[in-house]
Write a protein that binds this ligand. Structure first.
Ligand code: SUG
Length: 416
């Protein structure tokens, strides 16, 4: 068994659009009504995946869910007079942000020595609340080997759960036992707190985590109010490193103390508000980075171009790399189409520490498969979508055929 971190990116679906559905997600609401470019969006995502492959990292993917979602349209009794937002919800390509697909506890952390995954219920946002049944089908296929994986149903819908975006793992190495940190929000602010404390507690029990190696930390309400609708907008962890904004947690000193007690090897890099303000952190998505361990052992931060182009972020990163810290390299990537909906490099991937040999190989990427997917996207994905087009029969035929062509190419027709 060779455990490795595999990043499963969501392939951006052919219905990628800007409908302004996510209250509290400042980028998404700012771009409401804009024309989207699904083909360019999917190609940007694939270029990011190929970049990570070239860095020597293990890369997987999930396919877009069937959209428009018939069962959602039926559930809301859609007709001509239906609210546009409910209609747009049926068309959303939001499953591309696979950091919200599930919470993952790798085998070294769990009582039965299997990797556990709980699909996220995503109940807070209507357009995301209907993702989980199709996501679950896909997880059950990709991680079907029950000797190595346990895939769980969502937690009860009274407890909002947004998956790995609010979960951090700290460990001496991916293959070593880690501590798992569940970050939750408290409601009552102007924007919804999407992650309920009980969701994390339920997931931790289901996954068979050792209570002494689990932490529950409250997100700073000011961060949620500033647009950090998930913890991964203000913090990112990898192996022994935690990079976070000074204002990420409700009680930062207590949080750092608890982390250091549970995992003494942790290096906590705090970005002060005076260096990068909370507003600039949210705007640039510095923390929505992939912090990855390269084959030679050093860590690299895969950041969006928006962060690279930010003066304060660049000054912070230059000092970080010049110092002797654990993060040795910065890799800027162009995921602007996803960013305009509030999804950075980290949102686009679900991390699974597992032996790649135990995963259904149809969900693993190599150069040849990346090229094959790009060809399907180039031929079948719409070049652009105006949110006013959602509901059109012609567009519906196009996007269903596009997804069908992809499934056929990947030998995944059983997900049709
Ligand atoms: O849930 N945007 C997503 C972005 C998710 C980002 N994920 C992480 N931070 N891990 C969301 O708010 C916008 C869709 C629209 O408005 O059309 C959207 O769903």
């Amino acid at each position: 068994m060779t455990l490795a971190e595999i990043n499963f990116d969501g392939i951006v679906g052919p219905t990628h659009n800007y409908a302004g559905l996510s209250l509290g997600n400042l980028a998404a609401t700012a771009h409401a009504g804009d024309i989207s470019y699904p083909r360019a969006a999917a190609l940007q995502g694939l270029a990011k995946m190929r970049g990570n492959l070239a860095l020597g990292l293990a890369q997987g993917f999930f396919v877009p869910l069937p959209r428009p979602n018939e069962s959602w349209l039926e559930a809301v009794a859609a007709d001509e007079a239906t609210d546009r937002a409910l209609l747009a919800a049926a068309w959303s390509a939001s499953a591309m942000w696979t950091a919200n697909a599930a919470t993952v506890s790798p085998a070294p952390d769990t009582a039965d020595g299997r990797c556990h995954l709980t699909v996220a219920n995503l109940v807070t946002m209507p357009h995301r609340s209907h993702e989980w049944p199709d996501t679950l089908r896909q997880l059950r296929l990709a991680f079907a080997d029950e000797r190595h994986f346990a895939v769980h149903d969502p937690v009860p819908p009274c407890f909002g759960d947004e998956g790995a975006a609010n979960h951090m793992r700290l460990a001496a190495a991916h293959q070593a036992p880690g501590i798992e940190v569940f970050v939750y929000g408290r409601g009552g602010g102007a924007f919804p707190a999407r992650q309920h404390e009980q969701a994390g507690r339920i997931v931790a029990r289901r996954h068979g985590l050792d209570p002494a190696r689990v932490l529950f930390i409250e997100q700073n309400p000011d961060a949620i109010a500033a647009g950090a609708f998930h913890n991964d907008v203000v913090a990112v962890a990898n192996e022994r490193v935690l990079l976070c904004h000074e204002l990420a947690f409700a009680e930062p000193e207590a949080a750092y103390r608890a982390i250091r007690e549970a995992a003494p090897e942790t290096e906590i890099v705090v970005v002060p508000d005076s260096a990068v303000s909370l507003a600039e952190a949210v705007r640039s998505y510095l923390f929505n980075a992939q912090l990855v361990t390269l084959p030679a052992g050093e860590q690299a931060l895969v950041i969006p171009l928006e962060a690279w182009e930010s003066g304060p972020v660049r000054a912070f990163l230059d000092a970080l790399i010049a110092g002797n810290g654990p993060i040795r390299r910065v890799v800027p990537v162009d995921v602007r189409q996803s960013m305009a909906n509030g999804g950075g490099p980290a949102c686009l991937r679900l991390r699974v520490v597992a032996d790649p040999g135990t995963v259904d190989p149809r969900f693993l990427l190599d150069e040849a498969k990346a090229e094959a997917i790009e060809q399907v996207v180039a031929v079948h994905w719409p070049e652009q979508i105006d949110p006013g087009d959602l509901g059109s029969e012609v567009l519906e035929r196009t996007v269903r055929a596009a997804r069908g062509a992809l499934l056929e190419r990947l030998d995944l027709e059983q997900l049709a």
